[in-house]
Design a protein around this ligand. Sequence first.
Ligand code: CS2
Ligand code: MG
Length: 402
Amino acid sequence: MKITDAKVIICSPGRNFVTLKIYTDQGIYGLGDATLNGMEKSVATYLTDYCIPALIGKDPRNIEDIWHYFYRGVYWRRGAVSMCAVSAIDMALWDIKAKTLNTPLYNLLGGRSRDKILVYAHSNGANIDETIENVGKKIDEGYKAVRVQCGIPGLSDAYGVAKEKKSYEPAHKGLPPEEKWDTSLYLNFIPGVFEKIREVYGSDVHLLHDVHHRCTPVEAARLAKELEPFHLFWIEDPVACELQESLRLIRQHSTTPIAIGEVFNTVYDYTLLFTEQLIDYIRMPLSHGGGITHLQKVAAFASFYHIATGFHGATDLSPITLAAALHFNTAINNFGIQEYMPHQKIVNEVFKINYKFENGFMYIDDSPGIGVDIDETAAARFPYVTARLPVNRKSDGTMFNW
Ligand code: CS2
Ligand code: MG
């Protein structure tokens, strides 16, 4: 079997997606998601100009070798752009292999370990009353787990809170908008939000919260400790974790579980966090963390430390990543939860999906491969639009983490 050609499809049905399509001499093709929010064209160029010419002629069945070819072989290893490209190639190759064997991807990853995939929804509100109401709506829709973000009194912007009643989307057309932030206002306010939510909805619903890298280690320790009575499923990215040792401080003070890694891209970002058991959930998604081949190793390593997966699943990951994640989550033993932020309906004009949400869980069907297809004619109707993530400054103007 040989790879005969490959191409990159960029489209923007409501938001940008980059898709890699690899063709073979057996008439079977594979799809991989190469979307890196706000940096789409960097990955597309890297794939088109550097990776695709080297892929042609290779045997697509040799996934492990091809993975190392694009990881070790390029010398400038790691980094978001190149690992996103490696991930897309890897996903497309697994798609080809499973389609060749006429079986759903999960069968190649160990088969079924469970019947359904627990997911968490996003919920947010401009203020506490709206937030409480919106959490209730998600519970009514059947969700068993809800991520809660809330506007902070005195702050014009808070991460994850939709503006003008639109649904929250993590990208904005044009140049990055600038947001303003004050951690002390946030810290004083947010535990009270969870206290109220527990009062209203009781203790059964799983609650999650994304700190989005905005606390110092000691601030994060305070937050995790103050949230402890409300038994969160996790807090995510409590600190910007270049300084991974800072997680020790949080652990010393709290049993609130911690999820980290949506901006990571290899197992080396996790070694200290696993071996010292400083986190509980892996956020690194298949499309940024080296694809299925690398995440299998990361998940296996994590399993020895009783750490589970909780893959990133925001709308800036395409339906291909979500479907691949559902296969992966079906197969591994140490699955924890999957983020599910449904794409806008218009996305389904381009991507034909094979999964559904029902009563708090997701299900993937048994079509061969990853099971998602792309309609290229429809994709062509939605050309690329420049869109960027916001940047964030403290209220005195100091550049900060978004
Ligand atoms: C977020 C994302 O889903 C999450 O947990 O942190 O919304 C993230 O901000 C975006 O994916 C960035 O592109
Ligand atoms: Mg996050």
